[in-house]
Design a protein around this ligand. Sequence first.
Ligand SMILES: Nc1ncnc2c1ncn2[C@@H]1O[C@H](COP(=O)(O)OP(=O)(O)OP(=O)(O)O)[C@@H](O)[C@H]1O
Ligand SMILES: [Mg+2]
Length: 415
Amino acid sequence: MIIWAITAVSLIFVYLSVRGLLLYRRFSELDEFVEDLARGGLDRRYYLRGKSGFSKVLYNLSIFAANVQEQTRENEACNNRLQVLLKNIPDGIILMDAKGRVRSLNPAFEDLLHLRGNSIAGKGLAESLNIAGMGELLARAREENSGKKETLAYDSKFIEITAMPFSDPVKKEYAGQVVVFRDVTADKRIDEIRKDFVANVSHELKTPVTAIMGYVDTLLDGAMENREDLSRFLKVISFQVGRMDQLIKDLIELSRIEFGAVAVEKRPVQLNEMAGKVISLYEEQAKAKGIYVRSDISDECSTIQADPGILSHILSNLLDNAVKYTETGGVVLRAREGDNYSCVLVVQDTGIGVPKKFVPRLGERFFRVDPSRSREMGGTGLGLAIVKHLVITMGWRMHIDSDPGRGTSVRIYIN
Ligand SMILES: Nc1ncnc2c1ncn2[C@@H]1O[C@H](COP(=O)(O)OP(=O)(O)OP(=O)(O)O)[C@@H](O)[C@H]1O
Ligand SMILES: [Mg+2]
């Protein structure tokens, strides 16, 4: 009887020990799995092996890990797409938090403002950038809770800044702003050129129209009874009409060149012959002023590839200026082979020259060193602008050098 009892107790003991051991192993397995999860080991999997509670827990944990892993991958992919977007957007973008601190920025922002991101990350945007008017813009966007846009000046640039406030989707309260920076310096410049152009054209037309109206009124008031006055005033009117006519022709020509409506047909041109023809147009004028006009063309440049009509137009505009702005000495039309060019054409004069600070402006539409003197001579101030565009149309390059009181040389590099 006692033996049976001892045997039964031993069996129970053995059973419990084995069961405990198994439980311990399962528990260790679970413990290891969970620890792995905690360390981020999301790719571990457990396949259902039985119906025991531990098996199910491990299996469900493994499904949970797979879901989290999938979610993490999706988040990473989404984040990568966002980074690619931010990196490649040409506009500078800043994410600002509710306290006005920079939380995120893209490379275009750093390039635009010549800043390194870490110099302003975490700092107040308005204070760090010091763009006059930006603090007010951000404050207005926040107060009115709507996007605000303004163009502000920064370091010789014009930057269009758009501030867009956003709210926390859960708390529904102001959470910060997305601020977009776009460089509009070029647009602004074009806008100014356009405004200047309209103002200049109006002014250039108004001057002769006013003069014509004045003379016509004087004639109608009785001056036409006097044959001498009539003839004198009609000559002035004819000069002013001529100016307007020239201005309109020049404007039409400029716009034709700019719209690419000028056909270029390059062929071999005998430069000596062409120079002779163009010079003959100005010989009389030069003679009257007591100055010389001559050509000096090297053998290598005796024939060049050019559109004859365009080349003659370029040369006559340059000779016109050279003769017009030279009082002593004279003008030479020179052509020599260049280092990287088949030929370099130079129209060189010993005239009044152009002050150094104005040289870069030569070729701007309506730019004249002395507007009234140019107008008196019937100039529209479009001659060099036309030359500049024609040179580009031919695929050439132009460079102007000038020394006040000593003369000007305009070089054209022919390839
Ligand atoms: N060779 C030159 N010497 C000195 N100044 C020059 C010379 N060429 C151009 N300039 C200056 O550049 C300005 C612009 O020249 P541009 O040829 O465009 O106009 P313009 O000669 O005044 O008028 P237009 O050519 O329409 O008759 C001139 O008004 C003059 O001040
Ligand atoms: Mg001119």
